[in-house]
Design a protein around this ligand. Structure first.
Ligand SMILES: [Fe+2]
Length: 297
């Protein structure tokens, strides 16, 4: 048994950094188990500067479960379909928004991946390949920490309630979590499939750790199930104000080769985007989620 790494909580208390992991060779079973324990405990795990190749990215990703091949073929990396490439390059047709009048490419407010399906993925690893000279940060919220910090009265109030989610590709249609005036500059050229509405419990119980977390994902959040909006919206606003207030957030300023692993069952994340003209390339792997958290409406 040869555990060479150390897990250190990140400054601010959300997430952890793994230091000293050797990715030049295969990861042995004991190390893999210990890495999974870190993932379960901290939900957001940073590996600084060691993601220097696709091989290393895949080697680390496979420690955390079976990888999912992305349904959109055009963003898969040739030869390694488990990796998708998300690129903002100046010469491509990009989705550009104005946030309070400032043009931003690639910004996505806080969300949980695949919340608009009944079976969100287990997790993912993002690797910074080409850091933009300006902007491009990614933020995560630990929604289990956010749940724990609710009052007992708040916890009792939302116990057993469900919220409705839908696929929202146009940020101007977000009903919740709006911190800026959003206008569109260029909607880009992506064709999105249709998704039926789904309901998720507001409180998720993690199938492995048993920890409870808030399921809010403001980009796709529509309303409360079985409640008038006049009654349901204030409940959601209160939970979002609590969750988005910064106490449960880790914002990462990337260096090339950084990788961040997250538990999609216990986090939300946001891409801050960059001004037009700043190139940014990230690679991403996705861990399958076999656990159904929601239901079709
Ligand atoms: Fe995402």
């Amino acid at each position: 048994m040869d555990m060479e790494f150390e897990a250190k909580p990140l400054a601010g208390g959300i997430g952890a950094e793994v230091v000293g992991l050797d990715l030049d060779r295969e990861i042995d079973e004991a190390t893999a188990r210990a890495l999974n324990d870190v993932w379960l405990e901290y939900a957001i795990v940073l590996f600084r500067r060691i993601g220097t190749s696709n091989e290393r990215h895949l080697r680390l990703s496979r420690v955390f479960g079976e990888l999912e091949v992305h349904p959109v073929e055009s963003i898969r990396l040739e030869g390694t379909p488990e990796i998708i490439r998300l690129a903002q390059k100046g010469d491509q047709n990009q989705m550009t928004y104005y946030f309070d009048g400032e043009p931003v490419v690639g910004r996505i407010p806080f969300h949980t991946d695949l919340i608009y399906t009944t079976t969100p993925n287990r997790g993912a690893i993002l690797r910074m390949v080409e850091r933009p000279a300006l902007g491009g940060e990614t933020g995560w919220i630990d929604t289990a920490e956010a749940y724990d910090a609710l009052t007992q009265a708040q916890k009792d109030r939302i116990d057993g309630l469900e919220a409705r989610f839908d696929f929202v590709s146009d940020l101007r249609k977000m009903r919740f979590g709006r911190t800026h005036e959003i206008e569109i500059a260029d909607f880009g050229n992506i064709d999105y499939p249709e998704f039926p509405d789904v309901a998720h419990p507001l409180v998720w119980t993690h199938p492995i750790s048993g920890r409870k977390s808030l399921s809010l994902s403001p980009v796709q959040l529509i309303d409360m199930v079985g409640m008038d909006r006049t009654e349901g919206d204030p409940i959601l606003e209160e939970l979002l104000n609590h969750t988005l207030d910064g106490r449960f957030t880790y914002l990462h300023e990337w260096e090339d080769g950084d990788m961040i692993l997250w538990d999609n069952w216990r986090t939300m994340h946001t891409a801050r985007g960059a001004p037009p003209g700043y190139d940014r390339v990230v690679h991403r792997t996705t861990m399958k989620g076999e656990h159904q958290t929601g239901r079709l409406i």
